[in-house]
Design a protein around this ligand. Structure first.
Ligand code: MOS
Length: 703
């Protein structure tokens, strides 16, 4: 027994101080290993074969010649693959996307649909054999055309109602002194995390173990257990380091295929997606067509607000990009109508991608607000401040903190907004036209139940175990700081272990809810552990362990509109000769709860804002109508902002702790991208006098 050494308040709290990543050294020295590179004895490699037609049936698969190739162990397709269960409701509250239930039938619903898995001794042998596999199809006509309207479009309720309607829209528009009626479009966009998706599956003494790159081990366990009709306790998913996710790293075809092959061959099987395969199998953001109608009195007060969004989904699964949802949070009006509609096409199922709904939705809504400001002759910031709602415009619920005006005031001061001449097309720097723009941002700030296990060791150190995922956000480090403060010890005495489903159920790294949800569980467990240690019975060699579950505490939160908010500012230069748009500087000021680690939080905000530059100016996945597949499905053909595109950017925040959260956290994961593209588009208008309502703002559209 050793004396208890805790309970002494540390001189300075760790939360709120900049801390480099606890695993940073491992990452930069290559010691950190990712899912696709962890060695296994007797490892076999699977390579997915994807359909080359956009709709039809598989007539035959010429397996025999491929089975005779060097090293080939098996070919799984719809005739011989294990059957899986698909009639269940998953952890995310929806039916599984049948794309994950691979090799169950001969139908092909889109180009890039997984039709077979070739397994071989080496990755190279598997790839060569997969590329040699001949599949015959009965091809059927397909439709991949996402146009502004579609006769088959329908409203789709998802986690929010598809349609909300308050008041008489036509009457309020007719009574308005100023009206904006505009259509905005955003293209198909892809997550492209740096680390491709990879999974290794193996059976280990009756347990299924999957080494994976995902955003939540609990999520993957739940889906795999359901698909393969297993007791969740007999499935273990580990995900030590994850090189980006952005919504794409849930359960996808490659994990399921790896489990199938490991089951059939009774040896470990790894399946890694190529960058090109990710364009078909990792999900993506649907293109959107959005119509925004605003009607206002001459003083800018909104009488009418309509936001209608159309996105696409596949023929096998319903997923909606709820772009009109942002209008339900941002602005009220006497008549307030929103609608999220969807059309089914012969394409892969889209999925969550950073700020799903808010990213494209804020582009349309915040650009429309800028158009209204111009027509009213009111400063765009003043217009927004005049339309600050005092409660949820649709829900009627109180806001649990809405510090948007403070963000605008601080942002305007630091950006130098007061000196701005509102007239467009006046500022020149050689052949460049200069302009500035602003936009508001919001993203939901929720928490979900999680469990955390804390152990006090006799040497005065502590171990935290929680099935959190660090997808590059710095979550492991943030939780170290949170645990240190909750335990009243320096962070050096805390070791945080994450990415293992055996640590108990926990929220995924998603919805900007990861750190808040996990920190709540860690803080709760720390409180219980300190109570135990205060009994003064000493710590046995195996330590003292407590486990928390925040289900009841989070369930007891009073209903409210919970969001982080922000104000985005951009200055652009537009080349009058080439049409090139360059962002010269950006500033984002956020009200996003208590900031746990300023160093990594700043990185989160900047990453989102840089993605906003990318969204505004570069990103666009192009589908070929004839083949139904992508043109240039790689990082050469799909342009993302690079260093040369990213100027001086500042992200900062105002003091905004959430009093209803044990640590004061709201959420910072997604809001950085929200409003960023609108601020840039509004700046392009200010530079040129031309409204660009379709993203990306390519040179050929500007010229
Ligand atoms: Mo985020 S789109 O919830 O990973």
């Amino acid at each position: 027994m050793t004396a208890v050494t805790t309970g002494t308040p540390t001189p300075t709290p760790s939360v709120g101080t900049a801390h480099t990543r606890v695993e940073g050294r491992d990452k930069v020295t290559g010691a950190a290993r990712y899912a696709g590179e962890i060695p296994f004895a007797d490892l076999a490699h699977g390579w997915l074969v994807l359909s080359t037609v956009a709709r039809g049936r598989i007539r035959s698969v010429e397996t025999a010649p491929v089975l005779a190739m060097p090293g080939v162990l098996a070919v799984l397709d719809h005739r011989n693959a294990p059957r899986v269960e698909t009639d269940y409701t998953g952890l995310m509250g929806s039916k599984p996307d049948p794309t994950c239930a691979v090799f169950q039938h001969d139908r092909v619903p889109h180009l890039g649909w997984p039709v077979a898995l070739v397994v071989a001794e080496t990755s190279e042998q598997a790839r060569e054999a997969a590329e040699a596999l001949v599949v015959h199809y009965e091809q059927q006509p397909h439709d991949v055309d996402f146009t502004g309207e579609h006769p088959d479009a329908y409203p789709l309720d998802s986690h929010m109602p598809a349609v909300t309607e308050k008041g008489d829209l036509d009457a309020e528009l007719a009574a308005s002194a100023v009206v904006v009626d505009a259509e905005y479009t955003t293209p198909e966009e892809h997550h492209n995390p740096m680390e491709p998706h990879a999974a290794t599956a193996r059976w280990d003494g009756g347990r299924l173990e999957v080494i994976d790159s995902n955003q939540g081990a609990t999520w993957v366990v739940g889906e795999l257990a359901s698909l393969f009709s297993l007791d969740p306790a007999s499935v273990r998913v580990r995900s030590e380091h994850v090189g980006g996710g952005f919504g794409s790293k849930g359960v996808r075809a490659h994990q399921v295929a790896a489990v199938m092959a490991a089951t059939v061959l009774q040896r470990p099987v790894r399946v890694v997606l190529t960058r090109r395969q990710m364009f078909s199998l990792a999900g993506y953001r649907s293109p959107t067509t959005q119509r925004v109608r605003l009607g206002a009195d001459a003083d800018g007060r909104l009488r009418a607000l309509e936001h209608r969004s159309l996105s696409l989904t596949s023929t096998v699964h319903e997923f909606i990009e709820p772009s009109a949802g942002v209008a339900r949070v941002m602005y009220d009006a006497d008549a307030h109508h929103t609608a999220n509609r969807v059309v089914r096409l012969d394409v892969p199922t889209p999925t969550w991608m950073r700020a799903p709904g808010e990213a494209p939705g804020s582009f349309a809504l915040e650009a429309a607000l800028d158009e209204l400001a111009e027509k009213c002759g009111i400063d765009p910031i003043d217009l927004r401040l005049r339309n600050e709602p005092d409660k949820g415009p649709v829900s009627g619920l109180p806001f649990a903190g809405r510090n948007l005006p403070a963000c605008f005031r601080e942002g305007a001061r630091r950006f130098g907004w007061a000196d701005r001449d509102p007239r467009p097309g006046l500022r020149r720097d050689g052949r460049w036209l200069l302009g500035t723009g602003t936009a508001a941002a919001s993203f939901g700030a929720g928490a979900a139940p999680s469990t955390a296990t804390l152990t006090a060791h006799p040497d005065g150190t502590f171990t935290v175990r929680i099935a959190a995922a660090d997808i590059g956000t710095g979550a492991r480090t943030a939780l170290t700081l949170v645990a240190a403060d909750a335990l009243r010890v320096p962070p050096e005495r805390v070791q945080v272990r994450i990415g293992d489903s055996d640590f108990g159920p926990a929220m995924i790294a998603g919805g900007s809810m990861g750190t808040r949800s996990w920190a709540w569980a860690v803080t709760t467990a720390a409180g219980e552990l300190l109570d135990r240690l205060a009994l003064g019975t000493g710590i046995p060699p195996e330590g003292i362990t407590v486990r928390s579950d925040t289900t009841a505490a989070i369930g007891a939160l009073a209903p409210a509109e919970r969001h982080s908010f922000g104000a985005q500012f951009a200055e652009v230069a537009v080349d009058t000769a080439t049409g090139e748009v360059r962002v010269r500087r950006m500033l984002g000021i956020f009200a996003a709860g208590r900031i746990v680690n300023p160093l990594t939080a700043r990185g989160q905000f900047l990453g989102g804002m840089i993605w906003g530059i990318s969204m505004a100016l570069h990103e666009e996945a192009v589908r070929d109508r004839a083949s139904g597949g992508h043109v240039g499905a790689d990082l050469a053909g799909y342009h993302v902002a690079t260093h040369a595109d990213v100027p001086h950017i500042e992200a900062d925040w105002i003091d905004d702790p959430d009093p209803r959260d044990p640590v004061g956290i709201k959420g910072i994961g997604e809001i950085g991208i929200v409003g960023a593209a609108a601020a840039i588009a509004n700046a392009v208008w200010h530079a040129t006098g031309v409204r660009h309502r379709s993203l990306p703002i390519r040179p050929d559209r500007v010229i």
